[in-house]
Design a protein around this ligand. Structure first.
Ligand SMILES: [Zn+2]
Length: 199
């Protein structure tokens, strides 16, 4: 594991960033969605303060990719200019896995994709926020409208978010965070929620 990842165990994500990621993922259903996450390292981990979807990506129900990898290079360069005077930068990306039968883990093709953008970013590591989404209906009772965050009982590093937009329909999101270094070592980070709104 690269030394810049040593001692890093947490991924703190601002509430507004959860919202932006979930919005883009719901919009793209039934296809997968992808985007970049912006943030900076802190002592024990990383803080994610913003995220945005990649508008030109090629979305399918079981994969999502850049339509052209030069787009990733252009965006990474542009983001460096935007944050030239701060520590914030593109720390990594996010993408969704759609449906109850998908995994909360990175796939072979995810690793291939990440190793490419890791090269383009010239960073020693990449943070990937993986979001599984399930659209659920048919509840026996009416669900209270709103959003609910809680840790996933059997995988406590992950964070579950349920959002009910109709009395008997809700979206279930499972957020997982991974740090991947250039050698391909992977470490799962503890995902947490920061409430202060920014950006
Ligand atoms: Zn994936």
């Amino acid at each position: 594991m690269h030394r810049s990842l040593q001692g890093k165990t947490s991924l703190d994500v601002y509430l507004c960033t959860y919202y932006n990621v979930m919005r883009s993922i719901v919009e793209s259903l039934p296809n997968e969605e992808t985007g970049f996450i912006i943030g900076k390292p802190r002592r024990n981990g990383f803080v994610i303060s913003n995220a945005y979807p990649i508008i030109t990506s090629k979305r399918k129900p079981t994969s999502v990719n850049f339509s052209d990898f030069s787009i990733a290079e252009r965006l990474i360069k542009f983001e460096k200019a935007l944050h030239a005077s701060t520590e914030s930068r593109i720390l990594g990306g996010y993408h969704s896995h759609v449906g109850e039968n998908t995994l909360n883990q990175l796939s072979e093709s995810d690793f291939k994709h990440i190793s490419y953008v890791l090269d383009a970013s010239k960073s020693p590591f990449w943070i990937e926020l993986l979001v599984k989404i399930e659209s659920r209906k048919g509840y026996q009772k009416n669900m209270p409208q709103g959003e609910f965050f809680y840790p996933l009982a059997h995988e406590p590093k992950k964070l579950k978010v349920e959002v009910y937009d109709e009395p008997r329909h809700g979206y279930h999101f499972t957020f997982s965070g991974f740090a991947i270094d250039k050698e391909g070592s992977v470490k799962e980070l503890q995902i947490r929620r920061l409430d202060r709104r920014r950006n």
